[in-house]
Design a protein around this ligand. Structure first.
Ligand code: AMP
Length: 224
């Protein structure tokens, strides 16, 4: 039997590259990529009531209420699979209450490391304004780095579009909320000794190598 993969959280402001890096980490370590944003977008595309309600918050750049988010994450972890085999959480937790709930869910399987992707504001603004995503599989592109053919996804052929919440107003609101609601989450993990800050400026591959180094170091030294 192979040993279980790492249990990771990626933090970082919108546009820090969480989605891209989480996909790469998921492939590298063979662990599940759990993105609350993707779960909400999928629910909205299916037209479920919860999904459509979440979409209203998302389009306005607001956070989806904690109770809804926690329920969705608990459902995702409900069958125990990712808990046992390792995972990378992307976009969760975003509030202190979510972080505390996560500690409760993970009591028998503590996180190995929480990686905070650090990028200056002017860079995140450029990344979000130019960001385009595949509406089927979520692969992320940029106006400067489009798919090979006519905005059809290189991975699955889906349509590559701008996210509904990547408007200037919603971006501003999300960045404000990050400072107010998510910055305390960074401090929470720092106090627990689980935080690693990684410089996320540079090519995706370079940033990825920095993250893998940090994760491997934490795995060698055991959970904090
Ligand atoms: P993301 O794809 O991670 O940028 O998430 C897109 C949007 O989904 C966010 O702007 C929020 O409206 C909502 N969302 C995703 N994750 C969470 C979360 N953990 N807590 C509250 N809202 C969330």
């Amino acid at each position: 039997m192979t040993s279980p993969g790492p249990r990771l959280v990626l933090l970082g402001r919108q546009g820090a590259g969480k989605g891209t890096q989480a996909s790469m980490l998921s492939a590298h370590f063979g662990i599940e990529h759990v993105s609350t944003g993707d779960l909400f977008r999928a629910a909205a595309a299916e037209g479920t009531q919860a999904g459509l309600e979440a979409k209203r918050y998302m389009d306005a750049g607001e956070l989806v209420p904690d109770d809804t988010v926690i329920r969705v994450v608990e459902e995702r972890f409900g069958d125990g699979g990712p808990l046992e085999d390792g995972f990378v959480l992307d976009g969760f937790p975003r509030t202190l209450r979510q972080a505390e709930e996560l500690e409760r869910v993970l009591v028998a399987h503590p996180l190995d490391v929480v990686v905070d992707l650090d990028v200056p504001t002017e860079i995140v603004l450029d990344r979000i304004a130019g960001r385009r995503v595949c509406e089927d599989c979520g692969t992320v592109y940029h106006l400067n780095m489009p798919p090979r053919e006519d905005w059809a996804c290189d991975v699955c052929g889906g349509r590559v579009v701008q996210r509904d919440d990547d408007t200037e107003e919603a971006i501003q609101r999300r960045l404000e909320l990050y400072e107010r609601e998510t910055r305390p989450v960074v401090d929470f993990y720092r106090q627990l000794g689980r935080l690693a800050v990684v410089d996320a400026v540079g090519e995706g591959e370079e940033v990825f190598e920095r993250i893998v180094k940090v994760v491997e170091k934490h795995l060698r030294s055991g959970p904090a």
